[in-house]
Design a protein around this ligand. Sequence first.
Ligand SMILES: C[S@@+](CC[C@H](N)C(=O)[O-])C[C@H]1O[C@@H](n2cnc3c(N)ncnc32)[C@H](O)[C@@H]1O
Length: 396
Amino acid sequence: MFQSSDFQRYDESELWIFHDYYFKNIGLKAWDSGAIPFTGATNYSEARKKALLLVENLRLCGLENSDDTIKILEIGAGSGAFAENFLLAFENICLAEDLNFHKRLKYFLTDYSQFTLDELQRKKRLKEFPNIIFQNYDALEDVRSSSLSASIGSFHCILSTYLLDQLPCRVIAKVDNTYKEKYIKLIIPEKYLHNEKLFHEKLLKKSKWIKKIKKVFHYEEIDDEDDIPAEDFEILKTCFRKTKESTIIYSYGAKISLENSFKLLHPKNGLIIASDFNAAARGGVDLYEPCYYGNSLAQPVNFDFLYKSFAKQQKVVLFEDPIRPLHTLIICAENFEHPLRLGITYERVFKQNILLRMLYQFLLEIKQSIHILLIISILYTTYYIFTLYEQNFSAP
Ligand SMILES: C[S@@+](CC[C@H](N)C(=O)[O-])C[C@H]1O[C@@H](n2cnc3c(N)ncnc32)[C@H](O)[C@@H]1O
């Protein structure tokens, strides 16, 4: 065995290089083979909720009676499954409500993988939608020098699903009053390090290969040289649990991507809608292992941090799915003049599930859910057997 590197800060480790290599070279196989799960946030009903919210917003902004082109940007579009369902839902809503937004629509479908974009076009997966423009865009790049520079300040809506959890982040623990962060060392067998071809083959052909690479983790104290902006640090401090030890994710990549989106957003009418997995603060010094999909890694997002980062200047709404750890962050443009609403459908789902949500969060909080459910099931089964027994044996 060969130690590929010394300990590196988690977000600077080779894991992220493998992750980028995987997405930039795997193409649609990642989704077609089932390596990357996607239906949770890209299905028709999830896409329809967003389409309804957008239509509601376009009306609110008075765009019903104008000829303006409606511009939508999707970032990290991957297989195009979300775009397909969203565009279908958007058209259905417009037809049902006698609106012409769908006829005035330009949908910029973007990803940082040119390979995936080319394959999507070559295979004509979205051929029923002539209003799609395929473009390469990296969520972390400076928009002024990006392929979207001509569209700065023009999008009515910027969408992403399962993108924010793909962007680099750091894992920070609070122990008493000191702050530490996760470092990682990968132990890669020497044969791969000296044979680039074999290495690349493994990344593209063997699903979850990076999960199997031996890894060693530890926490190191954060010192002055660590470049966490003071403003971010102040917010992060409020995200920990009140326990003696607690760990959180510093989703700085997600924050950069949202800041870039603001520059692209229409300053009066625009909305950002981003759905992803949430990472709540944990008690103890937790290693927060990422999820490995294919040979990519997904590190759920600290929505608490993102919400607090933007709530000072913008109107922000955070929708927590009642059952899944899926969160949807809705942020409006700088000069948005209307009250920011969660959207009729989101609100309905929220209200319908309020009891379920409370119960679920209560069970999560006390971390005893399984035990309690087990006890309830045993009590119920005993009661059921007992009543059956009584019915059978007490009859004359
Ligand atoms: C987990 S997939 C999600 C794909 C799709 N949105 C879905 O929900 O099925 C993440 C996608 O984000 C893209 N991606 C990752 N990092 C990116 C970045 N920095 N900028 C733009 N796209 C990125 C990947 O190429 C991949 O297509």
